[in-house]
Design a protein around this ligand. Structure first.
Ligand SMILES: [Zn+2]
Length: 91
């Protein structure tokens, strides 16, 4: 059954895989699965959970960088989206 890929939105036969960086699963198309592309929001939330990109391991930084290119987002925007969660849940 064809469904929308959670990362890119293309309709395809999805591969359900566990996330390499969080306790969740994603339905990804073959291309996103092969290229380690994940839903943008999931990356923002995970980076927020660990206290920002600076606190990330090298492999996760690399994953974030590759995904920002794919999603056509700047690092600046990514950090802003992390701060937006802070202002919602922070004190
Ligand atoms: Zn995809």
């Amino acid at each position: 059954m064809r469904k929308k890929c959670e990362a890119c939105g293309e309709e395809d036969e999805l591969i359900v895989c566990s996330s390499s960086f969080s306790a969740e699963s994603f339905g990804l198309c073959k291309s996103c699965f092969a290229n380690d592309i994940y839903p943008y929001d999931a990356l923002v939330v995970q980076a927020w959970c660990i206290g920002g990109v600076d606190k990330s391991t090298d492999w996760f930084k690399e994953t974030i960088r590759n995904n920002l290119v794919f999603h056509n987002m700047s690092e600046e925007q990514f950090n802003k989206d992390i701060e937006a969660i802070d202002s919602t849940f922070g004190d």
